[in-house]
Design a protein. Structure first.
Length: 60
């Protein structure tokens, strides 16, 4: 979640370009730690969902 905190802008969850940037950084981290490529999209989706909830104040 640190990458989301550092790369997120004020309205990152509303602008597609900002969301794409966050997704790109998540994918880079997954590749760095050699995460399985076949599950990568699922993990990126899950992290984005958690990040949106965190930004909305729903999740801690």
């Amino acid at each position: 979640m640190d990458v989301v905190r550092t790369k997120a802008t004020v309205d990152w969850d509303r602008k597609e370009q900002a969301r794409a940037s966050v997704r790109r950084h998540i994918r880079r981290i997954l590749a760095k730690y050699r995460h399985s490529p076949d599950r990568q999209e699922t993990v990126v989706h899950l992290v984005m969902l958690q990040s949106e909830l965190m930004a909305a104040g729903v999740a801690p």
